[in-house]
Design a protein around this ligand. Structure first.
Ligand SMILES: Cc1cc2nc3c(=O)[nH]c(=O)nc-3n(C[C@H](O)[C@H](O)[C@H](O)COP(=O)(O)OP(=O)(O)OC[C@H]3O[C@@H](n4cnc5c(N)ncnc54)[C@H](O)[C@@H]3O)c2cc1C
Ligand code: HEM
Length: 411
């Protein structure tokens, strides 16, 4: 699609000149925005992730999107790739066009609240027009994504009921759920690396909870598999709501509501370049799907799979990867941060401690490869910086955040 902005030059000038103000107050504005919006529209708590709100992660993601849009308000085509990525998440969550004016109204109220006198009528009017222009780009992109998801063979538009056909423990902390549609009809194929959103009504919880889970097996098998890590409580963090509920209370035969596969972190199967997968902890899931798909569709394409885990107790899918590594074109390397006594008695890991560039260079045959990685944010920062240091070009670096997208270049 292409976008044309019919905004008045004066409006564009005002919006662009407020970018530095937004940069200074961005998080404050979005924080206030959420407070106002949730108090007037508590029903939206059914779709927003409460933990992301509490930790400010979503505030930062939204602020960054708003700055980007403001900076490119006279050439919104330039932000289409970003809009598409966010659009995938929105489509997967079931965000609707009629919800955009609600967000717009509360964003303007928050700008007024935070900027006070600096938010003149002229500034507010300019922002109202700009928001409408930005929102219409999102709505258009998302319409295309909804239509695409529904038009696929076995596809659907919103949420669909899936029965848990099998629940399998993969490690002390990760459990897989094999899901089949309750209606018994076909399910759409997906690109390896894509995720689904799971919507849950948990007894005792006021609102529904929606979370994303990457599909961890290859497509085309008649089921979807998700593999969920239990986010246990620690001294300073409460237990994760959905992951613990799935582990403890959701059993074979139960039903989960899923939206159709989404996301742009995928393996490009039209390429023949060597491919490298680097996963940390449960970040293995999208990469495992890619590795399985590679085995089926491009068995001779050279691939290196590196997995980092604390130790073998929490190391999932070791057997699946060992089987994939029976092909000469596929090598598999393990890094344990803190090997157990048992691991030391039967060493099967290539590196102890944290992953670093020197070790990566010792096991990855070439830097002329496409690199895909996923894991906890500090792990992703380490990998990203190591690849940059090695001189891997940006267009060969692909990654996914298991939360709102962040910036890997910042501490
Ligand atoms: C694209 C994508 C793909 C994903 N794929 C997978 C996957 O394949 N497997 C998987 O296991 N996960 C995956 N995730 C993560 C998943 O969506 C959930 O975020 C995860 O399961 C945690 O959800 P939860 O409800 O258990 O925890 P939440 O209740 O959402 O809490 C999340 C974290 O925040 C902490 N927290 C909550 N409240 C506070 C507070 N007040 N202060 C401080 N900390 C707090 C919790 O302790 C927990 O560690 C993916 C995410 C995305 C975006
Ligand atoms: C132009 C307007 C909007 C912008 C710029 C915007 C921007 C964003 C961004 C950047 C993310 C994070 C994506 C990621 O990296 O995962 C996000 C997620 C999200 N957005 Fe929007 N959004 C807009 C409108 C809306 C609307 C109208 C709704 C619904 C009321 C909505 C609901 C959500 C939800 C629920 C998430 C996931 C956040 C979470 O649960 O943590 N957004 N949005």
């Amino acid at each position: 699609m292409t976008t044309t902005t019919k905004l008045h030059p004066k409006t564009i000038e005002i919006v662009k000149s407020t970018v530095p103000v937004l940069e200074t107050h961005g998080e404050q504005i979005t924080k206030r925005f959420y407070e106002l919006m949730f108090s007037n529209h508590p029903e939206l708590l059914n779709i927003f992730n409460h933990a992301n709100q509490k930790q400010g992660r979503q505030q930062r993601a939204l602020a960054a999107a708003v700055y980007a849009a403001a900076r490119y308000i006279d050439q919104l085509d330039a932000i289409l790739p970003v809009v598409r990525q966010i659009g995938h998440k929105h489509r997967s969550l079931g965000i609707k066009p009629e919800q955009y004016p609600i967000v717009g109204k509360h964003l303007l109220l928050a700008i007024k609240d935070v900027l006070g006198d600096a938010a003149t009528d002229e500034v507010i009017t300019a922002w109202a027009e700009a928001y409408e222009a930005i929102a219409s780009v999102f709505i258009q992109v998302e319409k295309e994504l909804y239509d695409e998801a529904a038009a696929k063979h076995g596809g659907w538009r919103d949420f669909r009921r899936f029965v848990i056909a099998k629940k399998v423990k993969e490690s002390d902390v990760i459990t897989s759920f094999y899901l089949k549609p309750e209606d018994g009809k076909a399910i759409s194929d997906y690109l390896p690396g894509q995720y689904v959103s799971v919507k849950l009504s948990i007894p005792g919880e006021t609102y529904t909870h929606i979370r994303q889970y990457s599909l961890s097996d290859a497509p085309g098998k008649g089921y979807y598999r998700i593999s969920v890590k239990r986010e246990a409580a620690t001294a300073d963090k409460p237990a994760g709501i959905v992951s613990n509920y799935l582990h403890d209370h959701v059993q074979e035969g139960d039903v989960l509501e899923l939206s159709a596969p989404a996301g742009e972190f995928t393996l490009d199967l039209s390429k023949t370049t060597p491919v490298v997968f680097i996963s940390g902890g449960v970040g293995i899931t999208p990469l495992l799907s890619m590795a399985h798909t590679l085995a089926i569709q491009q068995p001779n394409r050279p691939a290196t799979f590196i997995h980092a885990a604390i130790n073998s107790r929490v190391h999932a899918f070791d057997e699946e990867l060992r089987m994939l590594a029976e092909r000469p074109s596929f090598s598999y390397h393990i890094c344990y941060e803190s090997p157990s006594d048992e691991d030391r008695r039967h060493p099967h890991f290539g590196k102890e401690g944290r992953i670093d560039l020197a070790w990566m260079q010792s096991v990855i045959p070439t830097k002329d490869a496409d690199f895909h990685f996923c894991g906890p944010v500090p792990f992703m920062k380490t990998v990203y910086r190591a690849l940059q240091q090695w001189g891997v070009p940006e267009e060969h670096i692909h990654y996914e955040f298991f939360g709102p997208a962040g910036d890997l270049t910042k501490d």
